[in-house]
Write a protein that binds this ligand. Structure first.
Ligand code: MG
Length: 388
């Protein structure tokens, strides 16, 4: 790898993307920005490009191409537009590592391209692993690519495993904050609004992941992500609710010893570690203060109220394209909930029904995943239209 490491950020204007740029801004000797991509936020993309002077940028929404092109032409920054360009730009020879912070399924194809081009991956897009974890991990092995987790729980596990890579894992324990509705019953959840669901107690994140956190689907997706990242069986992945979000996750080894990684909830730490591994770089992020957290609490997740987590475990047990269906249906229902078309609890009902109606494939190819994603989206959309 070159020094400084040359980074492509897919989704640079979102929550993870902007925090990645904060990390890079503080470490100009260690990292340089080679590529930035954004879907719609042309203004922020332009501002970022003028500051970090990447080799190229891509704006996903093609109608904004002219605007970005005109703004960046004087600086000699290459400008491309469209989903295909995002998938192609990651192959540039000058890139060392691709940080994938796209939202949802859209991360899959660019990640496949990046792996095939031999780029290291800093994975912030968990849905890529949920949809096609088996193919992604096989490709990464074939092309000698490492996938460094950015998701805070998976980064915690990865950090616990440093120096332990030869020691078998007995199980891992993913911590969950429980979100804004922890402890609530189904009666209460029937009428909650998107404004309530968008208020996460500990983490400030994008809309999709915040709704996923409130519904516990985020933890379900993370269980599946963990299976592929760490090569585990479903029985080896536990979830514990930990409202303070200080312990980011734990690994239990065969001797019964548990290792945990702790800290204030701050995504810049896992982002920085994914980019700097195996080194740790100095930071001025706020430090943990024990006097402010006299106790840390733990409880079992409520799988009957928050059915999404159970649906995710079921999809993982079924295997094949079932997790891909789960993810596609979830993206549709979250969007419908955010547009006030369906209620909070109905999200799980529609996901379950859509998964029954989509054709199961035990050993899917990449094309099968692409078709499954399309088909489950159509089915879920039809189901929602029928009731509204
Ligand atoms: Mg997470």
């Amino acid at each position: 790898m070159s020094n400084p490491k040359s980074v492509a950020i897919l989704g640079s204007t979102g929550s993870i993307g902007t925090q990645t740029l904060e990390v890079i801004r503080q470490h100009p000797e260690d990292f340089q920005v080679e590529v930035l991509t954004a879907q719609n936020n042309a203004d922020l993309l332009i501002t970022q490009a003028l500051e970090f002077l990447p080799n190229a940028v891509v704006i996903g929404n093609e109608s904004l191409y002219q605007k970005v092109k005109e703004a960046l032409d004087p600086k000699d920054i290459k400008v491309f537009a469209g989903a295909k360009a995002i998938a192609q730009v990651v192959e540039m020879g000058t890139i060392d590592v691709v940080l994938t912070a796209l939202v949802g399924y859209s991360g899959l194809i660019p990640t496949v391209h990046a792996i095939k081009a031999g780029k290291q991956i800093a994975l912030a897009n968990k849905e890529t692993m949920v949809v096609a974890g088996e193919i992604i991990t096989a490709l990464a092995k074939e092309y000698g690519v490492n996938i460094y987790p950015v998701d805070s729980e998976h980064s915690a596990i990865f950090q616990c495993l440093v120096g332990e890579f030869h020691n078998p894992i007995e199980k891992i324990i993913l911590t969950a904050s429980g979100g804004p509705f922890r402890g609530k019953n189904r009666e209460f959840l029937k009428t909650v609004t998107k404004a309530q669901a968008l208020k996460h107690p500990n983490w400030d994140m994008g809309a999709k992941i915040t709704i996923d956190s409130a519904s516990m689907m985020n933890k379900g997706l993370e269980v599946i992500e963990a299976k592929w990242l760490f090569g585990l069986k479903k029985e080896q992945i536990e979830v514990v609710v930990h409202p303070q979000s200080i312990i980011h996750s734990l690994v239990q080894f065969e001797d019964g010893s548990l290792k945990a990684q702790l800290g204030l909830p701050d995504m810049r730490i896992p982002i920085q570690f994914a980019l700097s591994f195996p080194d740790r770089l100095k930071s001025d992020f706020e430090r943990f203060d024990f006097s402010r957290y006299p106790s840390l609490n733990f409880e079992a997740p409520d799988l009957e109220t928050f059915r999404n987590l159970q649906l995710a475990y079921d999809a993982l047990a079924k295997g094949g394209n079932a997790p891909c269906m789960l993810n596609a249906a979830n993206e549709i229902v979250v969007d419908a909930f955010l547009h006030d078309k369906i209620g909070f609890l109905e999200m799980s009902d529609f996901i379950e029904e859509a998964m029954v109606k989509t054709k199961f494939i035990a050993q899917p190819s990449l094309d099968d995943y692409i078709l499954t994603d399309e088909r489950t989206r159509e089915i879920t959309t039809e189901l929602i239209q029928k009731v509204s």
